[in-house]
Ligand binder design. Structure first.
Ligand code: SF4
Ligand code: SF4
Length: 303
């Protein structure tokens, strides 16, 4: 969120940006979702409690964390979501919320307006009810998502709308993008990455577009093509995960990033300071590119 060149005054290792998957709960079951495998009662019972999250948030604030992204699952599916959100704002974090939008009522939009986030990112899977709900597997989700977008726009809450390019929506991606452009100040992001499920399942990959389909899609729009060219032609910036960025999962495990959970430090039993400064530096990632390499680096994002 904050450009790396504005952060030169920070020590090389400083916990400034956190992505926190506060739950794997969700009211939807999107076909490409990687967290839905843990959206079941026995797993939900293991998730961090309200008190545990508030305590860890206080530790992050104490350590100097500036950016906090609350994601899921669907963060608003936690009954205590606004307690956590409002605490995060009062801690002084720049808070981003990743949401499917479908649980945002007018009253909740008012709560966001009263204590504004840095921005909210909502997944917009399609521009027809049929396509959206074939992906989200939730009846009525298309209308509720569009309604939430309207509630948030009415209150001037900064919004980003995003889609994952899939076989099910490839014909509607450009229509989604045009719709987002028609909203004026709203930014659009197209994700191309599909991930395995957290339990190792590979179901989401059956909806992945081929490289040829992705190239054909990008060629139809100058912004998409420019982004694709940039991804393919520039030296990737060095990965800051574990140095200035980190991830916490729904069970309090501190990790390098959401895409690499091979090693974890348990924040339920240990301190954030020890986890960040002593454990994370020992965690490995096969995909971190050395500075002299020209290999394209994997990006990570939430569907
Ligand atoms: S992708 Fe997001 S909205 Fe869809 S099921 Fe997963 S957590 Fe829910
Ligand atoms: S998976 Fe990617 S973002 Fe995560 S630590 Fe490895 S290189 Fe960095």
């Amino acid at each position: 969120m904050i450009a790396q060149d504005k952060l030169t005054h920070l020590p090389e290792r400083f916990p400034y940006s956190c992505q926190w998957e506060i739950t794997c709960r969700c009211n939807l079951h999107c076909v490409m979702c990687y967290t839905d495998c843990f959206n079941r009662p026995d797993a939900i019972r293991q998730e961090l409690t309200t008190a545990e999250i508030l305590r860890i948030m206080d530790d992050l604030a104490e350590a100097g964390t500036l950016e906090l992204c609350l994601t899921g699952g669907e963060p608003l599916a936690r009954p205590d979501f606004f307690r956590l959100y409002e605490h995060a704002i009062h801690c002084g974090f720049l808070v981003t919320v990743f949401s499917n939008g479908t649980l945002i009522t007018e009253a909740q939009a008012d709560r966001f307006a009263a204590l504004k986030p840095h921005h909210i990112e909502i997944s917009l899977h399609g521009m027809t009810r049929e396509t959206f709900e074939r992906i989200a597997l939730g009846q009525g989700s298309f209308d509720r998502c569009l309604q939430a977008i309207g509630f948030l726009l009415d209150r001037q809450i900064p919004l980003v709308l995003k889609s994952t390019a899939l076989t099910l929506n490839q014909q509607e991606i450009l229509t989604i993008k045009r719709y987002v452009e028609s909203l004026g100040t709203v930014r659009y992001k197209l994700g191309e990455e599909i991930r395995p499920e957290l339990d190792g399942g590979t179901g989401p990959f059956q909806y992945a577009l081929s490289e040829q389909d992705l190239a054909d899609l990008n060629r139809q729009d100058s912004d998409l093509q420019r982004d694709a060219c940039r991804r393919d032609s520039t030296e990737p910036p060095p990965c800051r995960s574990g140095m200035q960025r980190f991830h916490i999962d729904a069970y309090g495990q501190l990790q390098l990033c959401s895409g690499n959970r091979r090693q974890s430090y348990d924040l339920r039993t240990g301190s954030f300071h020890t986890g960040f400064f002593e454990a994370l530096p020992t965690f490995a990632c096969d995909w971190k590119t050395p500075p002299e390499s020209s290999l394209i680096q994997l990006t990570t994002h939430h569907a």
